[in-house]
Design a protein around this ligand. Sequence first.
Ligand code: 2HG
Ligand code: ZN
Length: 484
Amino acid sequence: MMNKSDAIPPLEELAAILGTRGFSRDPDDMAPWLTDWRQRYQGRALAMVSPATLAEVVAVVRFAAAHRLPIVPQGGNTSMVAGAVPDDSGRALLLSMRRMNKIRSIRQADNAMVVEAGVILTHVHEAALEVGLRFPLSLGAKGSATIGGLVSTNAGGTQVLRFGPMRALVLGIEAVLPDGSVIESLASLRKDNRGYDLRQLLCGAEGTLGVVTAVTLRLVPVLRQRVVAWVGLDSPQAALDLLRRLEQRLGDSVEGFELVPDIALELVLRHIPGTRAPLATDCPWYVLVECGAVTAGDELQMAFGAVLEDEINAGRVTDAMIAANGAQAEALWHLRDSISEAERHDGTAAKHDVSVAVSDMPRFVMEAAAAVEQRFPGVRVIAFGHLGDGNVHFNVRAALGADSQAWLVREGHDVTAFVDDLVVKAGGSLSAEHGIGQIKLAEFARISEPARLNMLRAIKQALDPHGIMNPGKLLPLAPEDSIP
Ligand code: 2HG
Ligand code: ZN
């Protein structure tokens, strides 16, 4: 465990290495980065360090290792589980990766791009498009989330269906380990059987095993046909049935399939300026569907239209609109991508990032919502998101008119335990794509099988014996480590 010494380490050494742009103890510089996106945690830091090169990251980690200082790596600070802010001890170095923001190379012949951890997702999208390729992963926070954070949380998002989450898109990795050594493995090897998959170990490790400094990302061909539609229907089961029928008739062209309940659309229309309802008919559920093809033409649009017409005629779809152009498509995605923001404007919620088997999700959504609303009268469940991946955000909101902050403090814990028990019963996971961070730590410990926790702890202990890397995140303390 870390040395609890209060002696101030010689920070001037670090300041000299990093220069004025790379080192700050100014409270105003640090303030925006010490509170998590959901504004649930307020941390403190000894200093904010912002290295611009791999060598500088190595120097920071060596310094922290020598003085047993906690390091909290941070990109865009968009974590949903407070995974990128320090605790309030004031001992941590907040390691901002935002200055490591170079696209090092694009290897078109390998369909690959080497990018540094601080590159913002939107910039990756743009750089790929400039060479006629595409990086398929996308999510609402794409304008501020950085690659290092997305890799470290194995981010999912709204386009996982066809190409998978971050883990499926990281072909190579460069990282600084807790002792300051560097693992350099950026070659985009499609096959590599040198034992444990170290690259995958670092993906989703939430910065607890080292600092990811760069990765090689998989790129895919650019789309020449794209169909984006907003579909109204009766239930999550009807939505999943539609997905399967689309797959049967359009093959693997379905790239996005997002479930939106009417309550989520209402929140967006109320709080996000310039938005409007896509359909004239109000439906209890909607899906946003995106299909794509790499060939030019209009067959996809025709085939998609034919499926929708059949579904409407069969009474399985209530109403639908297909975006007529790129601007309309973006407007539909804007509705979907704004749900989280709209929900935040409306007050705080008990958020649950749940996955179960895809085929079980429609039933889970309906039954779990009914159970929660019966057990906690007045609360409102808003379950939305990545139905095609078997992942919804099962968020529970305070009763109308209630003070949501006070409600969360009073009842949030019980609500979350109730939901997580339902998730366990359904054989699911309490974290499909957001990670564990700080917010889910206690529940992760409560509902997980000991073998899982022991394995995680053993890996952590082997690689970071002094516990300096992002302490207090992801890994519940072992009973013998708990501080009395
Ligand atoms: C999304 O899918 C994000 O929009 C955020 O993962 C989910 O706010 C949430 O609960
Ligand atoms: Zn999501």
